[in-house]
Design a protein around this ligand. Structure first.
Ligand code: DX5
Ligand code: ZN
Length: 221
């Protein structure tokens, strides 16, 4: 069985208690923090940016996985790494020269991922796949926490899993993001995901330790 990483998305956290909640997530055994950065152009929302990454870097020791939902992300890669990002994911739909952008991320000394919107075909990343450390498959249209998982995502995850396995690229993380909770995480993992992002599924009304435990139990009964 594959090792599954749980990556709480702080977009759904209580921003008035961000440091406290980040530490709770760490104590509950999460594998990293997923940080959703939005520019109001690539997605119809504006969230958080570089200073918040720097603050989280001081709060916890966890890997900081920055999901950049911004156009032309190459403008800010260095700033995010300097702030403490340990991984950067950019959107295939937001990059003019994706190969160069991935190279720039690696040159900064961190791991690199590419995200695909629900409507983007897997063929869009076929020629960059061997250069990646992670593929992020969006299971909702990016922009907001708390949306409903798009059911067709499960078949797409399975297709990408097959491609990764057939090409000997099992080391690439297959991350899925959007609408995942203890109710559907087993299907997502069953289809071949290795990294689970959950916002509302972690920061709901229950204690964080409980929601993370529920996700773990749903995956490894
Ligand atoms: C959506 C973000 C997600 C989001 C997930 O644009 O990329 O990371 O915060 O939130 P949930 O798990 O609530 O769908
Ligand atoms: Zn995200």
């Amino acid at each position: 069985q594959r090792l599954i990483r749980l990556m709480p998305s702080i977009l759904a956290a209580d921003f008035l208690r961000l440091g406290e909640q980040a530490r709770e997530v760490a104590e509950a055994g999460a594998d990293g923090l997923h940080i959703d950065v939005m520019d109001g152009l690539f997605v119809p929302n504006i969230s958080i940016g570089i200073p918040v990454v720097a603050a989280l870097r001081r709060a916890v020791d966890l890997p900081l996985d920055c999901h950049l939902m911004i156009v032309d992300p190459e403008r800010y890669l260095e700033a995010f790494v300097t702030a403490g990002a340990t991984h950067i994911t950019v959107h295939v739909e937001a990059c003019r020269h994706l190969h160069r952008t991935i190279q720039q991320i690696h040159d900064l000394g961190v791991t690199a991922g590419v995200a695909l919107n629900p409507a983007t075909s897997l063929t869009a990343i076929e020629d960059i796949l061997p250069d990646l450390d992670l593929v992020l498959m969006m299971s909702v249209d990016p922009g907001f926490s708390g949306q409903t998982y798009i059911p067709r995502s499960t078949a797409k995850i399975a297709r990408l899993r097959r491609i990764l396995d057939e090409c000997g690229l099992q080391h690439i993380e297959l991350q899925v993001d959007g609408g995942i909770s203890a109710a559907n995480v087993a299907d997502v993992v069953g289809a071949g995901a290795t990294s689970i992002v959950a916002g509302t599924g972690v920061f709901n009304s229950l204690p964080i330790a409980e929601t993370i435990q529920a996700l773990r139990w749903a995956i490894q009964p």
